[in-house]
Ligand binder design. Structure first.
Ligand code: FAD
Length: 453
């Protein structure tokens, strides 16, 4: 029965089963690219489903730049699919390693090439509707495209939607935001300005003083405390990650939509401020914005392992680790102004164990990328794109092993997944000081400086 505030969907006609594969990866961001490449290369018949018409997630649709450094001793820890993605972007002319700025359009090309060459099939313009369950297993997923609903079946599923959409709809328990009030990190609409005379730009201190004044006098209404900007792959272009939309929820359609509008309002205000008050920007013009606003945080699944700030502080290590992280805790204040940056001791890292990518409540699902089983603080560190990609790679590797052996992810020994990742070139082995991890790039990025993501 419908009520005045709800309607009832009529019984659905038969839905065609469009794919029957070993592994389905839901969402083609950094996590999904890592997962699809790894699953397909491991021999699994793999389908990657993505709501947009291109891959890359926040790196492309969200206009997020540059890759934040997840480095140890100047070398990238994410030396598997993530570094292959970077090298492919470089080969296509879209970045110059070891610099971390990249061209998002080239990142789309490179991600697609890597997935297709690995043997994965890609289904674009398909948005997850819901899974159909058989007990605690996903039987198939329904995805909505231009031709209506289609069903897609696999033995094992990987949720790399960034928001754990598939896990949540499959009934997996999850957390949302920080423990005390469920508030999440703010959203940001990223944008680039072109035609900037970079040589004439004042230093950051002067920009900061002018920004503080503009905020105090009401010419800028943005809760962010500073102007965060980066150089790009082009000589006259500056990338801004500086708008801040507080209290918006990326899993709520209305809130998500309102955040887009508020993000663009702030962008227009920033452009006016920069053109009128900051030298070098007099003739700047809007070059590009994200296809969507950047969403930092929504759900985090509850998995068979769970990492907390205390684990971060003790630089926790695990025999079945699938990812190493040095990037700091980086929490943009969910309530307004301020950003917490808490670094690990120099030369230290923490590890994410296999159980953090195996959710409770659904037996044929893994979760990669940012919504894994960690608390609000650890999430703020591991969410950056390089480890998100490696966590996807771990899921794809595990999913292929499970599909081949008829196992559930929880039945798999995480130490075997770690060993496979090492064979694929991911830096999970200890090396002597000055040594080089298997598969890592020799190039150094000693100037890598964290400015917050
Ligand atoms: C404003 C902002 C600034 C940041 N700055 C940096 C930075 O400078 N450097 C850095 O390294 N990291 C940065 N990050 C973090 C990083 O971009 C993300 O945490 C990372 O991209 C997460 O990767 P992911 O694959 O888990 O998710 P995403 O990148 O969000 O990818 C998810 C993919 O799934 C698709 N999808 C989602 N839902 C569905 C659905 N229901 N059906 C079908 N497809 C779906 C999406 O379209 C997308 O392609 C920033 C993030 C934000 C929001």
């Amino acid at each position: 029965m419908s009520s005045p505030r709800t309607v009832t969907r009529p019984a659905q006609a038969e839905i065609p089963v469009l794919h029957d594969v070993d592994v389905i990866v839901m969402g083609g961001g950094p996590g999904g690219v890592g997962a699809a490449v790894a699953a397909a290369r491991s021999g699994a018949k793999t389908l990657l489903i993505e709501r947009y018409g291109f891959l890359g997630g926040m790196a492309t649709a969200g206009h997020v730049n540059p890759w934040m450094p997840n480095h140890l001793d100047g070398k990238p820890l994410d030396s598997g699919v993530f570094m292959e993605w970077c090298r492919r972007i470089e080969a296509l002319g879209g970045m110059k390693l070891p610099a971390r700025a990249f061209c998002p359009e080239t990142a789309k090309l490179a991600a697609e090439q890597l997935c297709l060459e690995a043997g994965a099939k890609i289904l674009y313009h398909a948005m997850l509707d819901r899974p159909l369950m058989n007990g605690d297993k996903i039987d198939c997923v329904l995805a909505l495209g231009k031709s209506g609903l289609g069903a897609h079946r696999a033995k094992v599923y990987v949720d790399t939607s960034g928001d754990a959409d598939l896990a949540a709809r499959a009934g997996c328990p999850f957390e949302f935001g920080r423990a005390e009030d469920g508030a999440v990190q703010p959203m940001t609409s990223n944008f680039d300005l072109a035609n900037v005379e970079i040589a004439r730009m004042p230093d950051r201190k002067i920009i900061q003083e002018k920004y503080d004044r503009a905020r105090a006098e009401g010419r800028i209404q943005c809760p962010r405390e500073n102007v965060l900007y980066f150089k790009t792959v082009e000589e006259d272009r500056i990338h801004f990650n500086t708008t801040r939309i507080v209290g918006a929820k990326g899993t709520d359609t209305l809130s998500f939509s309102e955040a887009e509008i508020e993000g663009r309002r702030q962008i227009a205000q920033f452009i006016k401020f920069l053109r009128e008050e900051i030298s070098g920007f007099e003739n700047a013009r809007l070059h590009s914005m994200g296809t969507q606003i950047g969403v930092r945080e929504t759900r985090r699944v509850k998995g068979h392992a769970y990492l907390t700030r205390a684990d971060y502080e003790r630089c926790a290590k695990f025999p079945d680790s699938v990812c190493r992280v040095t990037y700091p805790i980086d929490i943009h204040n969910p309530s307004g102004t301020g950003t917490e940056i808490t670094h690990l001791p120099q030369g230290e890292w923490y590890e994410i164990p296999y159980g953090c990518i195996v959710p409770q409540g659904c037996s044929n699902l893994l979760v990669g990328g940012r919504p894994i089983s960690v608390d609000h603080a650890v999430h703020s560190s591991m969410r950056v794109m390089p480890p998100a990609c490696t966590l996807g790679q771990a899921c794809g590797t595990a999913a292929a092993l499970c599909a081949e052996r008829g196992l559930n992810p929880i039945q798999l020994d995480g130490k075997e997944v770690k060993q496979k990742l090492i064979e694929q070139g991911v830096w999970l082995v200890d090396v002597p000081a000055g040594g080089s991890p298997a598969g890592s790039t020799e190039r150094r990025d000693r100037t890598a400086k964290v400015l917050s993501a």
